[in-house]
Design a protein around this ligand. Structure first.
Ligand SMILES: C[S@@+](CC[C@H](N)C(=O)[O-])C[C@H]1O[C@@H](n2cnc3c(N)ncnc32)[C@H](O)[C@@H]1O
Length: 271
């Protein structure tokens, strides 16, 4: 990016979406983001791999949903539309596929809109994923997506920002109720349930190292993830570690990486 392109994107403040883009090998990050990302990686060396496992799950879940005939996606807590995000997978298979990206972080939304400016089938909306009625009432969501037809709702790496005090089970139920039957919800979630004591300490240090960029991250165990899907049948193989959800060869499987055990993934069907 040139200096003029980044001028109003708050270049001095590290940004969650651009830090994430850096982990994924993207081009939309700045020195302040890279400095903070490197600091986070120094306390949790598996951080980059964790981001890649998460994005790998997203890509396989989008491909699975396309196989089920779903061609429209609502991506909640999307980060930047780069580095193999939802529209890149969906539109590569079906150029008519529609994607609405939702993020509540204004810098990510401004940059995302710029990236998508020539793509009428993929738009970026500024909204809070914790307010499902507002998301579904948003004019751009209603314009781009046909809400009477099944949707692929992507919730990868976003429930980690929603604490139990915010009723995540009720939030999932609201999305389930708003979606047409046949829709699917794909979700990934940070966990330390399977981590050894040293890695558990690293995960806590990682959350601390994010301070100032985000307020808090919440880990969940397998039962906590299963509870989010209450009332929704899970697609096989159910809740798994992220790299184990329908793996295929083109995703970044690094056996032995400690990050392998740091995220759960699942896809549920709305009946
Ligand atoms: C870790 S990134 C995930 C990126 C992408 N979904 C993926 O899985 O690869 C999380 C993104 O969620 C956004 N986010 C967190 N809480 C949110 C909320 N309540 N509403 C909308 N976006 C949110 C953050 O701003 C950030 O860009």
């Amino acid at each position: 990016m040139s200096a003029s392109e980044t001028a109003h994107l708050d270049p001095e403040t590290p940004n969650i979406a651009r830090i994430y883009d850096y982990y994924l090998g993207g081009a939309f990050n700045l020195p302040a983001d890279r400095e903070r990302a490197d600091r986070i990686k120094s306390v949790l060396p598996g951080m980059e791999m964790l981001a890649r496992f998460n994005r790998g799950f997203l890509r396989r879940a989008v491909a699975y949903l396309l196989d089920q005939g779903i061609t429209q996606f609502l991506d909640l807590g999307s980060g930047l539309p780069t580095a193999g995000n939802t529209h890149e997978v969906a539109q590569a298979r079906d150029p008519r596929a529609k994607v609405v990206y939702v993020d509540y972080e204004p810098v990510a939304v401004a940059l995302g809109r710029r990236i998508l400016r020539a793509n009428p089938g993929a738009v970026m909306v500024e909204a809070d994923a914790r307010r499902p009625e507002e998301v579904f009432a948003h004019p751009r969501v209603r314009e781009v997506l046909d809400l009477s037809r099944p949707l692929g709702v992507m919730m990868t790496g976003v429930m980690v920002f929603v604490g139990d005090h915010e009723d995540p089970v009720g939030l999932m139920k609201s999305y389930r109720d708003l979606c047409a039957p046949g829709s699917h919800i794909a979700l990934s979630q940070l966990t330390d349930e399977c981590a050894d004591p040293e890695t558990k300490v690293q995960v806590r240090a990682m959350v601390e190292a994010y301070r100032g960029v985000i307020e808090q991250l919440y880990v969940r165990d397998r039962a906590g993830v299963e509870a989010l899907f209450e009332g929704m049948p899970l697609v096989e193989p159910g809740v798994t570690l992220m790299p184990d959800w329908r793996p295929h060869a083109d995703t970044d499987i690094a056996t032995g990486s400690p990050a392998h055990g740091l995220g759960y993934a699942a896809v549920g069907r709305v009946d």
